[in-house]
Design a protein around this ligand. Structure first.
Ligand SMILES: C[S@@+](CC[C@H](N)C(=O)[O-])C[C@H]1O[C@@H](n2cnc3c(N)ncnc32)[C@H](O)[C@@H]1O
Length: 414
């Protein structure tokens, strides 16, 4: 299909089937949160410091869709009293209308809604941004590298990007089903394309790879918009871990972390000591690539990117005494209560069971985390409370706790 026709098809798709489907009335009962772009993740992976109210924080949501990241970020920044200017950009007026109605339902007033392509950013003169969210968009662009380069050029030197792109291996079955449908639907109008996809899904044998991939669910639980986005998209590519490192480098960016980190550590999936030793010897990008190949179920990749030349240390390391640990949506006391008596955290990552070992003092250390105390202060308080630990013994305990809790996306440092 010629590229102009393809681009028009993508625009028409999101006008007819805004994705993900959202009802502004639901804002009265719940706030959708997630990755990328949760404010504590931005502090950890992008700026390495607490976002404060001392200056206007500028955010671009590039391909904002029906508004999830826009609404989450605007709400979180407002709850912290941080003055912000948020620019929502999307090709689709239908998606924009839903996002705008959601913002109105929450009385969020600091959002500017613009219907445009992110390729138009250079001419639009919207200024530079502290943070850019680009979730589920780049893999639908005709030239993702050019798209990411444009976003990188719109960053403040201290800024960063939260990115989500599809994972190739974890989407096994999706591209095969897309190929199959392409043979059947050709240039049919949208309603017939969707009808054909419904019929096909009912008729597939159990050996079909889409049916065998139980982690893929949009065709089952996101209505016609989900079916279209998953199976009938005209422009859809997916990435392996090495592809993402190349994409970042081509845009002059550096990856500061993947979410959840534990998914990208091959040791979490392997028991054999010799194999674990081999993967531990690899460089971090290779370890992430190995993890993807071992587990096989990373259907998306969520990561944070900063300009490659930046010297700021993000994320901070747990060895840094000035680092302030933060938890997501839970107090230190409450989490400590949940960890009591548990030697390890048992997690189910989309069918893969992993176990993250907790250090002996997990409960005591976690109870001291209040989002303000530094690692050094926590050690001092434990000392005063009668826990005599040398600096290095405490550091080992804290590192192990951080590895487990950060691994599951629950603890961050700023
Ligand atoms: C799969 S949706 C993701 C929406 C949102 N980011 C989210 O995560 O919920 C992809 C969105 O990208 C938008 N889009 C596609 N190409 C675009 C472009 N060149 N510029 C701006 N938006 C684009 C579509 O209109 C659609 O709303």
């Amino acid at each position: 299909m010629a590229s102009g026709k393809k681009a028009a098809g993508v625009r028409d798709q999101y006008e007819a089937y805004p994705y993900p489907p959202r009802d502004p009335a639901d804002e009265a009962t719940r706030l959708i949160t997630g990755s990328p772009s949760d404010i504590v993740e931005i502090e950890h992976y992008v700026c390495g410091r607490k976002l404060t109210e001392d200056r206007l924080y500028r955010v671009l949501v590039a391909g904002g869709g029906t508004g999830d990241a826009t609404i989450m970020l605007a709400s979180q920044l407002a709850a912290r009293g941080i003055a912000a200017e948020i620019i929502y950009l999307d090709l689709s007026s239908a998606s924009l209308d839903i996002a705008r109605a959601r913002a109105a339902a929450r009385r969020l007033e600091n959002i500017t809604f613009i219907q445009a392509s992110l390729y138009e950013l250079p001419e639009r003169d919207l200024g530079k941004f502290d943070y850019i969210d680009c979730c589920g968009v780049l893999h639908h662009l005709p030239d993702p590298v050019a798209g990411l380069q444009i976003l990188a050029a719109a960053l403040q030197p201290e800024g960063g990007i939260g990115l989500m792109v599809y994972g190739r291996l974890g989407r096994t079955g999706v591209y095969e089903a897309q190929d199959l449908l392409r043979l059947m639907v050709g240039d049919l109008p949208d309603p017939e394309r969707v009808e054909t996809a419904h019929a096909l899904l009912e008729d597939l044998p159990p050996t079909n790879w889409l049916l065998r991939n139980s982690n893929i669910g949009d065709h089952r639980n996101a209505g016609d918009a989900g079916i279209y986005d998953l199976l009938l998209h005209r422009q859809d590519r997916a990435y392996s871990v090495p592809d993402i490192f190349s994409l970042a480098a081509d845009a002059g960016l550096r990856i500061t972390g993947f979410v959840e980190p534990a998914r990208y550590d091959p040791c979490n999936y392997l028991q054999d000591a010799a194999l674990r030793k081999k993967v531990t010897a690899l460089l971090w990008p290779e370890q992430c690539a190995a993890a993807e190949l071992v587990c096989g179920n990373l259907k998306v990749h969520i990561c944070y990117l900063v300009p490659a030349g930046t010297t700021r240390e993000t994320p901070l390391t747990p060895e840094s005494p000035i680092a302030v640990p933060m938890l997501k949506n839970v107090s230190g006391e409450a989490l400590a209560g949940r960890l009591r008596g548990a030697p390890a955290l048992s997690l189910d990552f989309d069918g893969t069971k992993i176990r993250l070992t907790l250090p002996k003092m997990a409960v005591e250390i976690t109870a001291q985390i209040d989002g303000e105390r530094s690692v050094a202060e926590i050690r001092k308080r434990l000392g005063k409370g009668g826990h005599r630990l040398s600096k290095s013994a405490f550091s080992r305990q804290f590192n192990d706790l951080y590895k487990a809790l950060n691994g599951m996306n629950a603890m961050f440092l700023r």
